[in-house]
Design a protein around this ligand. Sequence first.
Ligand SMILES: Nc1ncnc2c1ncn2[C@@H]1O[C@H](COP(=O)(O)OP(=O)(O)OP(=O)(O)O)[C@@H](O)[C@H]1O
Ligand SMILES: [Mg+2]
Length: 281
Amino acid sequence: MEKMMMIATSLNELRDARRLQEGTIGFVPTMGYLHEGHISLARRAREECDHVVASIFVNPTQFGANEDLSNYPRDLKHDLTLLEAAGVDLVWTPTPELMYPPGFATWVEVEGLTGPLEGAARPGHFRGVTTIVTKLFNAVQPHKAYFGQKDAQQAAVIRRMTRDLDFPIEIVVCPTLREADGLAMSSRNSYLSPEQRTAATILFRALTTAKSAYERGERNAGSLRKVMQEVVASEPLAQLQYVSVADYDSLEELETLTGKTLLSMAVFMGKTRLIDNFVLE
Ligand SMILES: Nc1ncnc2c1ncn2[C@@H]1O[C@H](COP(=O)(O)OP(=O)(O)OP(=O)(O)O)[C@@H](O)[C@H]1O
Ligand SMILES: [Mg+2]
């Protein structure tokens, strides 16, 4: 018989449940409202580890003052059903009060890598991410932790933090899962009106057009940025925030493509902010 999935809300419950687990632990941190992208991370962890722990926590400190914290989508019951079906053993669902008690004053910050792109567009975002991921890592004590390539800069920042702070954890970055029309799966896609949902393929189309130009031999980063800007500009419902053609490791903007390159962008569809990226090897 399959073991029941355990749910821990307090640190003591989590630690008690973790003490019963032997062997390797795979960890999948999420903000809930789960989709196939999240589940692909859980399945990968299931394949690679003896036990799979997931967390669901909408982390207030990674949201800016003008962002969507208060109306962030939630459906814990559905999330638990999906995680159980994916073979997750233990779900950690802490409260904001537990994670940030009165007087909380300790932050984890990665310099440099967090400056451009999402870091520039969302001041304070990565400080919130690295602080909460540190707390989750310390609570769960996994051997491997699974993140999605959709959030490319987040994955790079977490990798750097893990190395710099000597966390004994292997960071596994998993491919971006997409809807049939190319839109990267995201919990925030649920905000889109039907018209915006159709138009939201513009990110994938812009990245695909730039990739085709690259495959035809284009190596000028400015030209690739222009290609992506023009494709996004062709969609009246989309408002471009940034496009980037950057070195995959340093995230510094390039003039000429030589090595591994990250094409990325952030686009507003009305109030909904979407990101996507391709990696050119
Ligand atoms: N389409 C996807 N494919 C693979 N992994 C994904 C995808 N979307 C999110 N993830 C990963 O799931 C983990 C949890 O992300 P999160 O809960 O923020 O989901 P999300 O869909 O990105 O939500 P939001 O759009 O609100 O940020 C992160 O490691 C993220 O990179
Ligand atoms: Mg996200």
